[in-house]
Design a protein around this ligand. Structure first.
Ligand code: SAJ
Length: 443
């Protein structure tokens, strides 16, 4: 229970947030931080985006957006009105009533959590700590990070959690290019270190987000996010294995899944693909399994889903070999056109894209690989340096065209009409009519 002094500090912050007079600093102005600073500025707060990346800071300071979901037309007026500023100078934290941390949490080379960005942001806050601050961590991380790693560093700087500094965790739920769900209307889960921490952070976010969902403690809030994304990874792993099973049984997995999806309750469709890409879904569950190993528990579903999903690129290349074999061609020496390399439809992000492994494996088997992806003009991974062919590519010069990423803007009829044979790992060609028998094989 907070002391009377702590209650006074908390109440003063809550009233300041309700008057929208608080100064907010967001550490990390990427695809999560930039929409956040926009929402706070739109609500009337004075917001500063702090980042070590000079390019982002320069662009934000000019009101020029560098995130597809945030139009410059929205950003610039907020900057011109002086509501939204940008800085590479961490001392801005010293004037903040609220600091929100939106930094990356990748995996390191041994697939273990890399929380160095969280540590660096926390130490910056500690260097500029003052009484009367709300600090919220949004970066996806394992349960216990806020309590075991962030809180002690801030206490070393003199903070009394729940008395002079109010610490919470609130997972980001930004889904890039989602036209329906954005920062303002996506419910926001929040867990506080203490009751006063929860109350102050709820008061802050309630000014910009329609629905706030309090949970008991920061560990629970960290776990909520990991459940959300583990749910996806495990279900995608399940349908990927269903695709392999259907191939063994001579069935069409998409027909089976679509029919199952007619069940109006108790089922949620996921679809097979060439693997699991992106910077969230392949990564987040491994934060959870890593944490459980530390308490001597093996998170079996996470490990198994990672094995199945990581094995899909190799499965795709095996199937390519089988199809080429049917056309009396070996993989070695064959010309393969990879259609789409981004990690999912209609994005330009290549992080963890399964296309990287597919192309690498084909190279290792001696195939001559080219690709087409209007969102990815240059493909540079390791020793591979490729340039995208034009989007209206004629596939007749290739032994096989492999659809890895089903961007909306591809002309699939043209690909089908010109290619000798098409391996469609996304079943995007299902909608096409009059497809010659044997022309398209699906995962
Ligand atoms: N994928 C499949 N089959 C599916 C769905 C996805 O193979 O049925 C593949 C995609 O091609 C991609 C990977 O999985 O390679 C991840 O796809 P995703 O749809 O989960 O997209 P992400 O990575 O952009 O996930 C984000 C996440 N958002 C946040 O973490 C805030 C996730 O929680 C969202 O649920 C997801 O967007 C979404 O729903 O779009």
């Amino acid at each position: 229970m907070a002391s009377s002094g702590g209650v006074r500090v908390a109440m003063s912050l809550i009233e300041k947030f309700q008057r929208r007079e608080g100064r907010v600093v967001v550490i990390g102005i990427g695809y999560v931080g930039l929409p956040l600073v926009v929402e706070f500025a739109k609500a009337g707060f004075h917001v500063t985006g702090y980042d070590k990346d000079e390019r982002k800071v320069t662009l934000l300071a000019k009101g020029t957006s560098y995130i597809e979901d945030i139009p410059t037309e929205v950003l610039k007026p907020l900057v011109d009105a002086g509501k939204l500023t940008a800085s590479i100078d961490e001392s801005v934290i010293g004037q903040a009533d609220a600091v929100i941390v939106c930094v990356p949490t990748p995996l390191n080379k041994t697939k273990e959590p890399d929380i160095s960005f969280i540590v660096s942001a926390t130490d910056a806050i500690a260097r500029h700590y003052h009484d009367g601050m709300v600090v919220v961590l949004e970066s996806t991380t394992y349960p216990g990070t806020t309590r075991e790693l962030v809180a002690p560093r801030l206490e070393q700087a003199g903070a009394k959690i729940g008395e002079t500094l109010f610490l919470a965790f609130s997972p980001e739920r930004v889904d890039p290019s989602n036209q329906k769900w954005g920062t303002h209307n996506t419910p926001k889960v929040i867990g506080g270190m203490t009751d006063a921490c929860l109350k102050t952070s709820v008061a802050l976010y309630s000014q910009i987000i329609q629905k706030v969902v309090p949970v008991r403690g920061t560990d629970a809030a960290e776990m909520v996010k990991l459940l959300e994304n583990t749910f996806r990874a495990v279900n995608i792993g399940l349908v990927n294995e269903v695709a392999v099973m259907c191939n063994k049984l001579g069935l069409d997995p998409w027909e089976v899944i679509d029919a199952a999806a007619t069940k109006p309750f108790g089922f949620m469709p996921f679809y097979p693909g060439p693997g699991l890409g992106g910077h969230c879904i392949p990564i987040d569950p491994l934060y959870l399994s890593w944490k459980l190993r530390a308490v001597k528990y093996n998170a079996q579903f996470i490990e198994l889903a990672d094995t199945v999903n990581s094995g899909m690129p190799s499965y795709v290349v095996t199937r390519i070999g089988e199809i080429l074999n049917e056309h009396e061609r070996a993989v070695k020496g064959s010309k393969v056109l990879v259609v789409g390399v981004a990690y999912k439809r209609d994005v330009s992000d290549m992080r963890e894209s399964p296309a990287i492994d597919v192309i690498e494996l084909l190279h290792q088997k001696g195939a001559h690989v080219e690709y087409v992806d209007p969102y990815v003009p240059i493909f540079e991974e390791g020793h591979l340096h490729l340039k995208s062919l034009p989007a209206d590519v004629d596939a007749s010069g290739f032994d096989i065209a492999v659809i890895v990423t089903d961007h909306t803007q591809f002309d699939y009829s043209k690909i089908l009409n010109t290619a000798k044979v098409v391996f469609d790992t996304r079943a995007v060609t299902r909608k096409l009519k009059d497809v010659p028998a044997g022309k398209v094989i699906r995962l």
